[in-house]
Design a protein around this ligand. Structure first.
Ligand SMILES: NC(=O)c1ccc[n+]([C@@H]2O[C@H](COP(=O)([O-])OP(=O)(O)OC[C@H]3O[C@@H](n4cnc5c(N)ncnc54)[C@H](OP(=O)(O)O)[C@@H]3O)[C@@H](O)[C@H]2O)c1
Length: 350
């Protein structure tokens, strides 16, 4: 719960009435140092924030904060979380940046820079070049650069895929051709998804075969980290679940690489990471139920000869967006990484 000491930071959330914005608000309510003073919604301006959010249904005394339009941002915020649909932040980046030290951005607008791919996936980024420093940042792997103003968090399926492959690529254990299939819940499409419940429920189907924008993001991330190219075949499947992602990556071990090398690489990469739990053939496998409602990722690796299957699961709205953004903010501001992110539903079974 909020305490007021000199570590308290003033926070704004843009896109606060959406799925990720609502999760940010709910989680920040329990953060001891990040105090939300502004929540934007263009369509709900004037509506009391906590009366709108389902998470506060049982709260007897709700806060007086009301949604405001982004044009009403006033004064200085220590940090702004941006949870806007792709294309929205580039159209107002200069105006928003004036009000803050850091923008933690969960949209994909600034995750990569290739102009051809931007034209295809994020044309507004190309049309509105950014004038402030911006960086792609994965809390587990990236360096903090305090000169950066816009901290861009990875996409939800992208980060799960990166967790499944990072130890293999960092330790040069696999051939560079990898197949990943990602399964994702319906909240991944945001609250305005055009997909009807009747189309999604009781179904399991692929979409974006070859063409999903998280594929170039993953390839760029690994190129950036290791200066090595990854040839990724990436397909997404729609799950009949509100939240959760599970990705399965299929790769081939380089000659001479053993199962022990692989296990050591995963253990070495993740043993000290507070939000990543590592499994192998001896102790289980990742799943969605145990990460839903938490900022945890589960990662597992399974080897048979030269064939390697690595799996990761996360909650798309928390580890894939809101929780990950808070984790990044904690690291940037010098708070312990886990502040405000203690497990909520962790351990609930079945
Ligand atoms: N959903 C996920 O699992 C997930 C995971 C990782 C990253 N992301 C990314 O996070 C961002 C938000 O996703 P979401 O699922 O929370 O979307 P969402 O549920 O559709 O919410 C979008 C929010 O932005 C506001 N908004 C829409 N258009 C706007 C505009 N032109 N100007 C200002 N505000 C606008 C909406 O409310 P008003 O219309 O009332 O203003 C709403 O508050 C997206 O870029 C998405 O790709 C999502």
């Amino acid at each position: 719960m909020m305490t007021s000491d000199n570590r308290t930071k003033r926070v704004a959330i843009l896109g606060g009435s959406g799925f990720t914005g609502a999760e940010l608000y709910r989680l920040l309510n329990k953060h001891p140092f990040l105090k939300v003073d502004f929540v934007s919604s263009e369509s709900k301006a004037g509506v009391p924030v906590e009366k709108y959010f389902t998470a506060f249904t049982h709260t007897k005394k709700v806060s007086a904060l009301t949604f405001k339009k982004i044009a009403d941002l006033d004064g200085h915020y220590d940090l702004i979380f941006s949870c806007l649909p792709k294309g929205a932040l580039p159209r107002m980046i200069e105006q928003v940046a004036e009000h803050t030290d850091y923008i933690f951005n969960v949209s994909g607008d600034y995750r990569f820079s290739d102009p051809v791919l931007l034209q295809k996936h994020y044309p507004d980024t190309l049309n509105q070049p950014i004038q402030v420093a911006s960086k792609y940042y994965i809390p587990e792997f990236s360096e903090i650069d305090s000169k950066v103003k816009v901290v861009n968090l990875p996409g939800c399926m992208a980060v799960a895929t990166i967790y499944s492959l990072y130890p293999l690529l960092a330790n040069e254990l696999i051939e560079n051709r990898v197949v990943t299939d990602a399964k994702t819940g319906s909240s991944g499409g945001g609250k305005s998804s055009s997909e009807h419940h009747a189309e999604r429920a009781n179904n399991f189907r692929p979409h974006s075969i070859h063409g999903h924008r998280h594929r170039p993001e993953i390839e760029f991330a690994f190129e950036d980290y290791f200066n090595s190219s990854l040839e990724l075949q990436f397909t997404v499947h729609s799950l009949d679940l509100p939240r959760g992602i599970l990705v399965t990556s299929y790769s081939v071990l380089k000659e001479g690489v053993s199962e022990v090398d692989v296990k050591k690489a995963f253990y070495g990469s993740y043993a000290q990471k507070p939000f990543i739990h590592y499994f192998n053939s001896k102790n289980g496998y990742p799943m969605i139920k145990t990460v839903a409602g938490t900022n945890y990722a589960e990662v597992g690796v399974y080897v048979d000869g030269s064939s390697c299957v690595s799996i990761a699961s996360i909650d798309n709205l928390i580890k894939g967006a809101a929780g990950q953004a808070i984790q990044a903010a904690n690291l940037y501001l010098g708070f312990p990484e886990e502040t405000g992110l203690q497990a909520e539903l962790g351990g609930v079974w079945p």
